[in-house]
Design a protein around this ligand. Structure first.
Ligand code: AGP
Length: 605
């Protein structure tokens, strides 16, 4: 996803902007650019390039001095990746520079009007429309020029604007795409993601939709797009700059898989109440009396977050005995769903900025629903838009594919299910049992991670497959879905997941030696049913890799994971398959942290 970085202060701005862009590389992009200026040397100086930040850096001239600047990494939406389409975009007089995340829905109409008025466009992007609208404004101040332009725009944006006649400031605005201000000592930063700021400051101000800001070297102020002042409330980023480093691992993905022991410890910390065999979830904003009125839970998320929501729905239904289900947020928001006042809606998102999930939350709020957020990034849009929620405390997840945050999100759902269950009919004995199981998770995860060598060998053996099938039943099915997504995302091997019980209704036709099946086979009440599915596959010469609590004689290979409480087993069964996907992709020479076509946070539709 696109990235924005900006700086205004006394320091040489170009190196700061390039370092900020490097911090955002994990979000996925295909071109980059910077523009700088300074009160001493007015005028805008710009460099941009298709490709990586290092390609941009190679083009920056030796003498490229300035103390104010904005920069951008672009993930192409309108117009192919190219030098011309890279941001920033300047007007013909080189007075105005704009970097933009989001999509301007009415760009075509606005562009037609500008072209008819004699404006010459240099790019195919929607963003360039904004540049020309700002440049043509007769308003006296930069803030008013930007406001005037934004009043004509429909769509989503996070923007930063520089103007050659106002070199003492940067104007930024947010509507649907994150913008965060970083407060320094006589210097200010702006970015689309705190990852670009934390090495300089952890004091940040997150803009809301419809909010703008003017940042100067020693001051900033926030206001609405209509111009009325707003109150900025700085918060402290909880994550240290070091947590964004690779930490000695070859990839962020490997680091984040390995971090799951500590991450799960963090999501549990301070939340377990042994006295009443339950959990405390500060910030839920749902008291016991309200919790007892909930008649249904609907969980919404995208991709991996949706899969975590599926497991969460199962946990809530099983432990709290409340009917629960999960649905892709991207589907929910378009189907004009009936919003039920007795339903508790839960939005799940690592980034807290996924547009499809945020839009679903806004639609639900518009219809008067109660919405909780299960989110990783503190202060993110979904965290702020919902009525309360549970932070999953996975720490910054840099790799495009989600691993530790998936696991922490499922554990957070286990906590929520236990909390709701103990308000209702879940017994003390069951509460104690599940708390004991939760406390065992970090050590058991460490035990699973110790099998990495064997898993690597298995991955290399299966890496040649053109396609793979993943199967599981009930609790195991979402594990199969998530494992198949992991494999697809980073190895580019086609994979699909099916409920094991569905094999005989069609997918069994696919089974042959060339199509391996990964089967989730926990020691639960469905063990014999799962073993029967293995028989069906074996009878058709299918190869089987089982993830189980004991060797499966019908499987060609079994990865054995430690047994926990049946309801919590899905948490452990998914972890070896993260490593399986990782080593399969490695064996195939894939770009693990930046898989093709994908972005870490999809903040556009
Ligand atoms: C995760 O491996 C994927 N990269 C993707 O499916 C992701 O889970 C999805 O885009 C939702 O992101 P979010 O959790 O930040 O909302």
């Amino acid at each position: 996803m696109c990235g924005i970085v900006g700086y205004i202060g006394k320091r040489d701005v170009a190196p700061l902007l390039l370092e900020g862009l490097q911090r955002l590389e994990y979000r996925g992009y295909d071109s980059a650019g910077v523009v700088i200026t300074s009160p001493k040397t007015p005028g805008l100086k710009m460099v941009k390039a298709k490709g990586r930040v290092r390609d941009l850096e190679a083009r920056v001239p030796k003498r490229f001095a300035g103390t104010t600047g904005i920069a951008h990494t672009r993930w192409a939406t309108h117009g192919a990746p190219s030098d011309e389409n890279a941001h920033p975009h300047l007007d013909a007089e080189n007075k105005v520079a704009v970097v933009h995340n989001g999509i301007i829905d009415n760009a075509t109409d606005l562009r037609a009007k500008l072209v008819a008025d004699g404006v010459e466009f240099l790019s195919e992007t929607d963003t360039e429309v904004l540049t020309h609208l700002i440049a043509r404004s007769q308003a006296p101040t930069l803030e008013e020029k930007v406001r005037e332009a934004l009043r004509l725009v429909e769509g989503t944006y996070g923007i930063a604007v520089l103007h050659a006649d106002f070199t003492d400031r940067i104007v930024v605005a947010r509507n649907g795409s994150p913008v965060v201000l970083g407060i320094g000592e006589k210097e200010m930063f702006v970015a689309s993601d705190v990852a670009a700021l934390v090495s300089h400051t952890r004091q940040v101000v997150t803009l809301d939709d419809g909010e703008m800001a003017t940042i100067k070297a020693d001051d900033f102020r926030t206001y609405t797009t209509e111009g009325s002042r707003t109150t900025a409330s700085p918060t402290t980023v909880e994550w240290e700059a070091e947590s964004y480093d690779m930490g000695g691992h070859d990839t962020y993905m490997h680091k984040e898989i390995s971090e799951q022991v500590d991450a799960v410890d963090r999501v549990l910390r301070g939340r377990i109440d042994d006295r009443f065999s339950t959990v405390h979830l500060g910030g839920l904003n749902l008291d016991a009396r309200e919790a007892r009125t909930i008649r249904r839970v609907k969980i919404l998320g995208c991709g991996t977050s949706y899969h975590a929501g599926l497991i969460g729905a199962g946990l809530i239904e099983e432990l709290a005995r409340i009917p629960a289900d999960a649905e892709p947020a991207s589907e929910f928001r378009y189907r004009n769903a009936v919003v039920d006042p007795d339903t508790l809606y839960v939005a799940v998102s690592q980034s807290g900025e996924t547009y499809d999930a945020l839009a679903a939350v806004q639609e639900l709020k518009r219809k008067g629903a109660r919405v909780l957020g299960v989110v990783n990034v503190v202060g993110s849009a979904i965290a702020r838009e919902t009525d309360g929620g549970v932070y999953v405390h996975a720490g910054p997840e840099v790799c495009v594919v989600s691993t530790k945050c998936f696991t922490n999100t499922v554990v957070a759902f286990a906590l929520l299910a236990l909390h709701l269950g103990r308000i209702r009919d879940l017994s003390v004995a069951d509460g104690k049992r599940l708390i004991a199981g939760l406390r065992k998770l970090p050590d058991q995860i460490a035990e699973v991670l110790q099998q990495e060598g064997e898993i690597k060998k298995l991955a290399e053996e299966y890496a040649g497959a053109q396609s793979m099938m993943f199967i599981g039943r009930v609790r195991g099915y979402p594990v199969a879905l998530e494992a198949s997504l992991k494999l697809k995302e980073i190895s580019y091997i086609h994979a699909e997941a099916y409920p094991a019980s569905e094999l005989k209704h069609g997918p069994l036709a696919l089974i042959e030696p060339a199509l391996p099946t990964v089967a989730i086979v926990p020691d639960d009440d469905l063990l014999e049913k799962n073993r029967a599915a293995l028989e069906e596959i074996k009878a058709r010469s299918g190869r089987i890799l089982a993830v189980a609590h004991q060797e499966q004689e019908k499987a060609d290979h079994t990865i054995v994971v430690p047994k926990n409480e049946t309801e919590l087993d899905p948490i452990l069964m998914g972890i070896p398959l993260q490593l399986f996907a990782y080593h399969t992709a490695l064996a195939m020479g894939r770009d693990i942290d930046k898989p093709r076509n994908l972005a870490k946070s999809v903040t556009v539709e």
